[in-house]
Design a binder for this molecule. Structure first.
Ligand SMILES: [Zn+2]
Length: 255
């Protein structure tokens, strides 16, 4: 089956990097953007985010020796650095936004970020999983349940948007980032973290890399092609932070 051209650069040549269970990992020859092929059906993905499946994955992760070891290492590194989970985002939000500013957290999960900042900012969350959204709704925050691209925010505009480990889950990341741009006030900032397909971990571990999680992770960026995309969308300034041996990279983009 012929795949459509690359949504970032328009190139039509895709190279198969790996085959992981029933999916190919394909990379664009023009810009290194990568995706799984074929994409799973929306129904299959919704099933993936049901409460039963989320609980089942949590249990399997705990039973799996590699999963336990990775969690322990992350825990120790966080302890050593004195950082709480999500601290990078909290520090940036405090630095970039004013008290009372409007913040949209897309893929807010059970509200890890919103819980920390909803006293300082006017917060709105978006979450596709009913299970996580019901947790987040316990906070005094407006939560939209559903696919970000399908939600009508009417005239709402935001000073800040966060997308923590969300981009890799989207069928159409370009449409989502364009929508973020439209939803931001002038001088507003988009803060995101996504898996780093150009990073050392991926290059060393190859198909064993933890970022490859089909059908959960659909698309893969690196700092360079994401920067090019954000500038093309219209963001005036883009800052990327990629640390060696980190599976993800961070991006701050100003409208
Ligand atoms: Zn491309």
């Amino acid at each position: 089956m012929k795949m459509e051209s690359c949504p970032l650069c328009g190139n039509g040549v895709w190279n198969v990097l790996y085959k992981i269970s029933e999916w190919d990992i394909k990379q664009c020859e023009g810009c290194d953007f990568a995706r799984i092929h074929p994409f799973p059906s929306v129904a299959r993905r919704q099933e993936f985010y049901s409460e039963d499946n989320i609980q089942d994955r949590k249990i399997r992760k705990k039973r799996n020796a590699a999963g336990r070891a990775a969690a322990l290492i992350r825990h120790i590194l966080r302890k050593l650095s004195g950082r709480k989970k999500g601290t990078i985002f909290l520090t940036k939000l405090t630095a970039y936004l004013y008290k009372g500013d409007r913040l949209l957290d897309i893929g807010c999960g059970s509200g890890a970020i919103l819980r920390e900042v909803n006293r300082d900012f006017q917060c709105v969350g978006v979450e596709i999983s009913d299970y996580f959204a019901s947790e987040a709704s316990k906070l005094d925050v407006d939560i939209y349940i559903g696919d970000f691209c399908a939600i009508d925010f009417k005239d709402a505009r935001f000073n800040g948007i966060t997308m923590v480990s969300l981009l890799e889950h989207l069928y159409d990341p370009v449409e989502a980032l364009e929508k973020c741009y439209r939803l931001l006030e002038d001088d507003g900032v988009l803060l995101l973290k996504t898996v780093n397909h150009q990073g050392l971990n991926r290059r060393i571990l190859k198909e064993q890399w933890s970022g490859y999680r089909p059908p959960d992770h659909l698309v893969y960026f690196g700092p360079e092609n994401l920067r090019a995309l954000l500038l093309r969308i219209g963001f005036r300034s883009v800052k990327m932070t990629a640390m060696p041996f980190n599976d993800s990279f961070y991006c701050d983009a100003w409208k």
